[in-house]
Design a protein around this ligand. Structure first.
Ligand SMILES: *Cc1c(COP(=O)(O)O)cnc(C)c1O
Length: 375
């Protein structure tokens, strides 16, 4: 028998691979996770809500467990109806999926041909790079300005070959935001046949008074825009997997053709409805993040650092010149604190720290202070 695959490497196989997919980094090729030398005591690396899910969402999911042998409604009618009421949109302007990350994949699949140009920031959510890359699109990455998208430069980068503009507002991984005036200038500059994807995964944390209202654009009939939202962040349901797209009914109908029929699980579908009604959980989560943000800004500034302006549940901070982000992340990991270095996101020398509980935040800041003092 001819063995095509070696068992300790995934690189060799007989079957033809698509180059654009083969070029992606495998999530499987890392060595099998050995038990980490130091157990993680503070997981501040994935922008999760330290308060956990809403008690109402937990109760709804628990109540649905006995019927989980049944497929859920493939149209997610009840959830879409609840979301539509929440946003004052029509139910056919909502499409639910297994996390908004899945929607990024489906949007790329639905709208991009090889060689199409996509415009995005240099230093934004890695899924945009992976999924548009997977479709062999040509990526035009526009440098950030103080952590936020340079929307004027992005508008100027649009050519007749541009099919999509991706915007993350607030931006992950910097936490910085764009305001309404510059966003409306961009919208005015984008041709009608170019899709604008606005990922608002962190919008519930945003504080600026002039934060752009993209849903009112949709209410007004704008067809070339998809707004992405998620239950993974402030709603505290990252592990349950639920996200949704808001947009023009015909656009979402087309996009839905790429979607696996039963991709929203039955527990998520009911928890998502219940979570919408829990304003107490939402307010408490927002307040805890605001308190954490003040603490991080104060203490990072006292360390001589200048964090990016954050309107999210995390903060990104450039390290002093010459200090290795990877070394700092490793030293933090040795103390059981998981944070991110942003080199792979296009921002070498920058750390991203997700806000945890008050005790986790103090642990993190004390450790960072000690580690930087020893550099
Ligand atoms: C976390 C995140 C998402 C997606 O989350 P899902 O868990 O797939 O819903 C999407 N966009 C950004 C910018 C994020 O940070």
């Amino acid at each position: 028998m001819h063995l095509c695959m070696s068992f300790d490497r995934y690189e060799v196989s007989c079957m033809r691979q698509k180059p654009a997919i083969a070029a992606l980094r495998s999530m499987r090729s890392a060595p099998p996770a050995a038990a980490p030398a130091v157990p993680v005591v503070a997981r501040l690396s994935a922008n999760e809500n330290p308060l956990g899910p809403s008690p109402k969402a937990m109760a709804a999911a628990a109540a649905a467990i006995p019927t989980m042998h049944r497929y859920s409604d493939p149209n997610n009618t009840a959830l879409r109806t609840a979301l539509a009421a929440h946003f004052d949109l029509r139910p056919d302007m909502v499409l639910c999926a297994n996390g908004s990350d899945e929607l990024i994949l489906l949007i790329a699949l639905a709208y991009l041909e090889p060689g199409d140009e996509v415009v995005m920031a240099d230093g934004t959510f890695v899924s945009y790079v992976m999924r548009t890359g997977m479709m062999a699109a040509t990526q035009k990455k526009i440098p950030l300005r103080n952590g936020a998208h340079d929307l004027a430069a992005m508008a100027a980068a649009i050519t007749p070959k541009t099919r999509m503009v991706l915007i993350c507002n607030p931006n992950n991984p910097t936490g910085a935001t764009n305001g309404a005036a510059e966003m409306h200038q961009l919208l005015a500059a984008v041709p009608d046949d170019v899709l604008i994807v606005v990922d608002e995964a962190y919008i519930e944390y945003a504080t600026r008074a002039d934060f752009p209202d993209m849903i009112s654009e949709l209410r007004g009939g704008r067809a070339n825009m998809i707004v992405l939202r998620t239950y993974a962040k402030i709603y505290g349901m990252a592990g349950l997997r639920l996200g949704y797209a808001l947009g023009d009914p015909a656009v979402l109908d087309y996009l839905s053709k790429t979607r696996p029929v039963f991709d929203v699980n039955a527990l998520a579908a009911v928890a998502g409805i219940a979570a919408l009604s829990d304003t107490e959980h939402l307010e408490a989560s927002r307040a805890q993040a605001a308190e954490a943000r003040d603490l991080y800004v104060e203490r990072l500034t006292a360390m001589g650092l200048t964090p990016y302006p954050s309107e999210t549940n995390f903060i990104a901070v450039p390290l002093p010149a010459g200090v290795s982000d990877a070394a700092v992340v490793a030293a933090m990991a040795a103390r059981g604190i998981a944070i991110n270095a942003l080199g792979a996101w296009g921002l070498p020398g920058v750390l991203r720290i997700s806000f945890g509980t008050p005790a986790e935040n103090i642990l993190c800041l004390d450790a960072l202070r000690d580690i930087l003092a020893a550099q």
